[in-house]
Each structure stands twice: as C-alpha cells, then as structure tokens.
Design a binder for this molecule. Structure first.
Ligand SMILES: *Cc1c(COP(=O)(O)O)cnc(C)c1O
Length: 396
C-alpha cells in the first residue's frame, strides 16, 4: 500500500465497508480533543471557550465537545435541543441569531439558556415571553460594533447589519431593560468568521473589549458575561498560512489582566469558535465512479459532490474559487503524477471539487478524500439538490 489514509486509526477503505458505502464524512475525536488542548495552552486560563454548534451539529460531535469546552453557542431551536441533550448546563448555552421566532424564544426562555438578543423588537418579545411563562429570561445584548473587521471570510459586524443592536443604540436599550423583568447578564460581539490574520484578530479584540467595556457602564447590574466573539480561521488552500494562535493568546491575556478583570471582576469572559475547533478534524470520502478524457483534460467523477460539501466547490461564501486539499486515500505517500479535475456527480458545472489538481494516478473504485471537512460541510450544503441520498457521518 502507498500509505492509506486512516481516521481514528481505521483505514478509510475499511471504514467505507463499516459505514456501508460512500460518500461519507468521518470526524476524529482525538483531533477535536487535541485542538481544544492546544487552544487551552495558548489562551489565558480564565478565558472560557464556547463551541458554536452550527459549524458541526452532529449530535455525537456535540456530545464529545461538551466534555471539552465551557459552553455552547446555538442558533436554532434544534441546535439548542442538541446542546441540551448533553451535560452542558442550560445557563452555559447561548442562543444567538437574527429572526428568532416567538416559538423559539418560548423554548429558549423555558430552557433557561442565555438569549443573545439581536434587536430592540426581539428584546420586547423576550420580555413578553418571560411574563407569559412566569420565568425571568436570561439575556445578553449582541452588539453590532462601530467598526468592521478586515480579512474575514464572512463579515458579520460593522456598518448596517441584521446582527446585533448598533453600538450607539445599546446604552438606551440597556437603560430600558433595567426596568424590565429580565436578567441582563452582559454583552456579546461577534463580527466575522474565517480570519487567518493574527494582527487583524488582535486589533479586533482590542476594539471589541474597548467597546464592550464602555457599554458595560450602562448595564443595569454587574456584568457577568462578556462574549468577545472569535472568527479564528483555518487554512484551506496552499496560499493560506495557519493562524498565529500564540500571538492571539498573548493579546487576550494582556486584555484580560489589564482591562477586563480590573473593571468587570465577575464577568465570565468567552471566545466562541466553530470552524477552528472542528474544521480540521473531518474528511469527506468519495469514490471514483468514472474516469474520462475530454479534449485533453482528465476527469475523475466521484459519487459525492457539492450537495454534501458545498464549500469545497467554492460556492459557500468564497470570492475566488480555490481547491481545497484533496488526496487519493489509498496513495497518500505516492508521488503526484498526473493533472486531473475531480468533479462530483451532480448535473451542474458548479460541482467542481478539485480543478486541475496534481494527484497520483487514480481510477474507478479509488477513494478520493477532501480534507478540512469538519466544519460547514454537510449541514451547510444543499442536500436536496438533485435528490441523491444523504451521506453517512461517523465520529471515530
Ligand atoms: C457562526 C458563528 C460563530 C462561529 O463562527 P466560526 O467562524 O465557525 O468560528 C460564532 N458565533 C456566532 C454568533 C456565529 O453566528
């Protein structure tokens, strides 16, 4: 064998037999555990780590993460249920996201999770829900900052946004909430995703702390929760350099000791991460069903595609399509000898998984694996598009 890929110690060919076929996603719990350990080592000890479940909501993954992180961030009622099925206490679950319905708010208030409110209107609806249920809702105000973060794959703060309450309107809202039947725990700011530049993240965290501390002056009681967001990115292409985690950790340590602790000694200070925790712990495994030549180009056509792993096709928020890391699972150590284009089985030219990539020779029956598939894979893909069966997901 020319080096076969194994996940959690199981060779993927054997895993395919165990799963019952391809395509499938496989996640490695040892990589999840290792990643959290690295983060804990780099981040200050009194900074808490939250997992944003939307990155990978597979219940077994969430269950495993519940043993590793301090809290969960959820963005729907079903994510909340998945979170609450673990041993994570409800007060350590935060519920963010625009457009929470009255039904979702009712579930969240009944569960006792922290609702990260995204508008004045939502605040009023939470108060009404609490009154109807006879439960004091626990809330934090999500702030849309008065600055934008450069270099993020997806920007979610600064300028006009559907996310959060504009920073300049937060003092008035906090004053209003002071008289309401609510427990205002603190403040939240999440302004962007998939950032690989430590200098930009550092600058953003400085400005976030400065902003949230300024707004904390208007909080109705002691601030017990300060969520600084995250946005740590992972490398997807050859051009990407991994994030300098040590630099980010040092900066956070300085901010906590120098700024946050003296002002808000009671606050639980949190960074919330999705992709960075799970993205590199998963692979998407497909099998070649056809190999064809067309006017000088060689195609490997696999049994998976963008309906399971949209991001690898370049259609999930990317501005420029670049190849995600890809390999022939049974020939990891073999020299790449030919240039091929790997496409999925969907009848659309969008279903491009590897464009003109150099791989060892592969043909019908070989397994092709896409890396960095642990975050925003299956649940961020249009699974119903073209009506193929859903893939399996396994955690090893
Ligand atoms: C999506 C999201 C996250 C996670 O983002 P990543 O880029 O995966 O780390 C965290 N917090 C909120 C509020 C989100 O919407």
């Amino acid at each position: 064998m020319d080096g076969q890929l194994a996940v959690g110690g199981v060779p993927v060919e054997r895993l395919a037999e165990r799963v019952g076929g391809t395509p499938f996603f496989a996640y490695d719990r040892r990589l999840l555990t290792g990643r959290v350990r690295e983060l804990r080592a780099a981040l200050p000890a009194d900074l808490q780590l939250s997992y944003a479940i939307k990155a990978n909501p597979m219940p077994a993954v969430v269950q495993h993460m519940s043993t590793l992180v301090d809290s969960f961030d959820v963005a729907s009622a079903l994510e909340m249920r998945t979170a609450l099925d673990t041993t994570m206490p409800p007060r350590r679950v935060s519920f963010a996201g625009p457009g929470k319905t009255d039904a979702e708010l009712r579930q969240a208030v009944a569960a006792g999770v922290t609702i990260e409110l995204e508008s004045e209107n939502e605040a009023a609806r939470i108060v009404r829900t609490g009154a109807a249920l006879g439960i004091r809702p626990r809330v934090a105000v999500r702030v849309n900052p008065d600055f934008a973060i450069k270099g993020s794959g997806m920007r979610m703060g600064g300028g006009p946004q559907q996310f959060g309450v504009d920073a300049e309107r937060v003092p008035a809202l906090l004053k209003e909430l002071a008289g309401a039947e609510l427990e205002v725990l603190g403040l939240h700011c999440f302004a962007g995703s998939q950032n690989l530049r430590a200098d930009i993240i550092i600058e953003a965290q400085r400005r976030t702390v400065e902003l949230l501390l300024r707004l904390a002056d208007d909080a109705p009681g002691p601030v017990r929760y300060l969520n600084l967001g995250g946005g740590f990115g992972i490398p997807y292409t050859e051009k990407d350099q991994p994030l300098d985690l040590a630099a980010v950790g040092d900066n956070l340590a300085g901010l906590l000791a120098g700024e946050v602790r003296p002002r808000l000694p009671e606050a639980r200070v949190v960074v919330e991460l999705g992709r960075y925790l799970v993205g590199e712990a998963g692979v998407y495994v497909t099998r070649v069903v056809d190999r064809k030549e067309s006017r000088g180009k060689t195609y490997l056509i696999v049994d998976g595609g963008l309906h399971h792993q949209l991001a690898a096709s370049g259609n999930f928020g990317q501005v420029i399509r670049r190849n995600y890391p890809i390999a022939v699972a049974g020939r990891l150590t073999a020299e790449p000898t030919e240039q091929v284009t790997v496409v999925g089985c969907l009848c659309t030219p969008l279903d491009l998984l590897g464009n003109d990539v150099m791989l060892p020779a592969a043909g019908v029956g070989d397994l092709i694996v896409l890396y960095q598939a642990g975050a925003y894979g299956l649940t961020a893909s249009p699974t119903a598009f073209l009506s193929h069966p859903a893939p399996a997901e396994v955690l090893l």
